[in-house]
Design a protein around this ligand. Structure first.
Ligand code: GLA
Length: 444
């Protein structure tokens, strides 16, 4: 009896300890072990509610079913783009008589439940938008502290799969209470609902105001910084912020908990082909959620092929889930980015800030801390494969505002590829459990 009791105690302790372990690593809803992918309405369609004058582009159920059809029929879904996400301006200006949010009856005559069914029938998922505060950023009803539980239950009844929870019209204290409380309320519904928190973006995105340890436990992804706009300047501004703060951000990310530098604007009006490749490559290096905000009904073949690039997607979706970093900033305006991948593979991006001509960047794999012999290199956007020896000088030609992106598989025999300093100052092998800190020791 006694031994049974203590065995049970040990078992309980083990279960508790492993539960704590999971909780310490990521929000315990099992979702988004790789960065979520899909489509989000905001950047391209904003708060266009004029369905009379502009029926094809207004925020309405037709827009979301149109995009769902494209995702399902044009090869997107098979590549992982499965979320169809509603953003602001979907709701009626008033809650219903029982205090619940309700969609605008003219623009969503079938209701959200019918829309989620439409997605699920096609192997897609539906995301919805709410706001911790009195109003959404667009002035629609928000979710005050008292309304969190009822709104979580409503979303679950509608069978939505993800919530983006914005933070307009609330103060820091309300956000501190509201974001964890919504996480609990969503979990309490019993429906797995991916949870995107805009909280850090409203608090400057950096410690000590932002607690990334806590965010990793309560949210699956979070907006850290300002909104993307349809311009190269906006992409550059975001890239600069994320890589200037990489020491903080790399450690925050991992399976089930992602930094979100905002939507992909590839296929819109602001980016050239080179710049579109740059956004795709850098979002892959950052292990960023890939939510396109574009018009999939009219997207060009060129933009589509960048967004559907299988190797770029595989790098983004690598199961190890380590966010990459900038490892070199050259005076010439060339920057080099690196991300460690599973199976001792890795990705490199050479990015040019120049505005003149394709720049011939001279380097070698050895200079980038690849020291294990000969590597097989797959060029992500040209599709070419090269064999490169670590010691050989090489020239990488990088177009203005463009990138060259490589996937490097580990050499067959020699491992490990990346090493770091151990605590006593010696260079040791990469410690996988501590991989977020694995940095080529020569740089930055
Ligand atoms: C904020 C968010 C955007 C979008 C708008 C909607 O600005 O950061 O992503 O959701 O609100 O009004």
């Amino acid at each position: 009896m006694k031994s049974l009791h203590s065995a049970a105690m040990r078992w309980t302790a083990l279960v508790l300890a492993s539960g704590l372990l999971v909780a310490a690593v990521a929000l315990d809803n099992g979702l988004m072990r790789t960065p979520p992918m899909g489509w989000l309405a905001w950047e391209r369609f904003r708060c266009n509610v004029d369905c009379e004058q502009d029926p094809n582009n207004c925020i309405s159920e037709n827009l979301f079913t149109d995009m769902a059809d494209r995702l399902a029929e044009d090869g997107w879904r098979e590549l992982g783009y499965v979320y169809v996400n509603i953003d602001d301006c979907w709701s009626s200006m008033q809650r219903d008589e029982r205090g619940r949010l309700q969609p605008d009856p003219n623009r969503f005559p079938g209701g959200i439940r019918r829309l989620s069914r439409y997605m699920h029938e096609r192997g897609l998922k539906l995301g919805i938008y709410g706001d911790m505060g009195t109003h959404t950023c667009g002035g629609y009803p928000g979710t005050t502290l008292d309304e969190i539980e009822v709104d979580a239950r409503t979303f679950a009844e509608w069978e939505v799969d993800m919530l983006k929870f914005d933070g307009c019209y609330s103060n820091a204290t309300e956000q501190e209470q509201g974001y964890p409380r919504m996480s609990k309320a969503l979990n309490a519904t019993g429906r797995p609902i991916g949870y995107s928190c805009s909280w850090p973006a409203y608090q400057g995105g950096l410690p000590p105001k932002v607690n990334y340890g806590l965010l990793g436990k309560i949210c699956n992804l979070w907006r850290n910084y300002g909104d993307i706009q349809d311009s190269w300047d906006s992409v550059l501004n975001i890239v600069d912020w994320f890589f200037d703060n990489q020491e903080v951000l790399v450690a925050a990310a991992g399976p089930g908990r992602w930094n979100d530098p905002d939507m992909l604007i590839i296929g819109d009006f602001g980016l050239s082909t080179e710049q579109s490749r740059s956004q795709m490559a850098l979002w892959a290096i950052m292990a960023a959620p890939l939510f396109m905000s574009n018009d999939l009904r009219t997207i060009s073949g060129g933009a589509r092929s960048i967004l559907q690039n299988k190797m770029a997607i595989a790098i983004n979706q690598d199961p190890l889930g380590l966010q990459g970093r900038r490892i070199l900033k050259e005076r010439s305006g060339i920057e080099v980015f690196w991300r460690p991948l599973s199976n001792d593979a890795s990705a490199l991006v050479f990015f040019s800030r120049r505005n003149d001509l394709p720049y011939r960047y001279q380097t070698s794999l050895g200079k980038l801390n690849y020291t294990a012999g000969t590597y097989k290199v797959y060029d992500v956007f040209s599709g070419r494969t090269l064999m490169l020896k670590d010691s050989s000088a090489l020239v990488v030609s990088v177009d203005p505002t463009g990138v060259v992106m490589w996937y490097l598989s580990a050499p067959a025999k020699t491992r490990p590829v990346f090493r770091q300093f151990s605590q006593d100052g010696r260079l040791g092998p990469l410690n996988r459990s501590d991989g977020a800190n694995a940095v080529p020791p020569l740089f930055l």
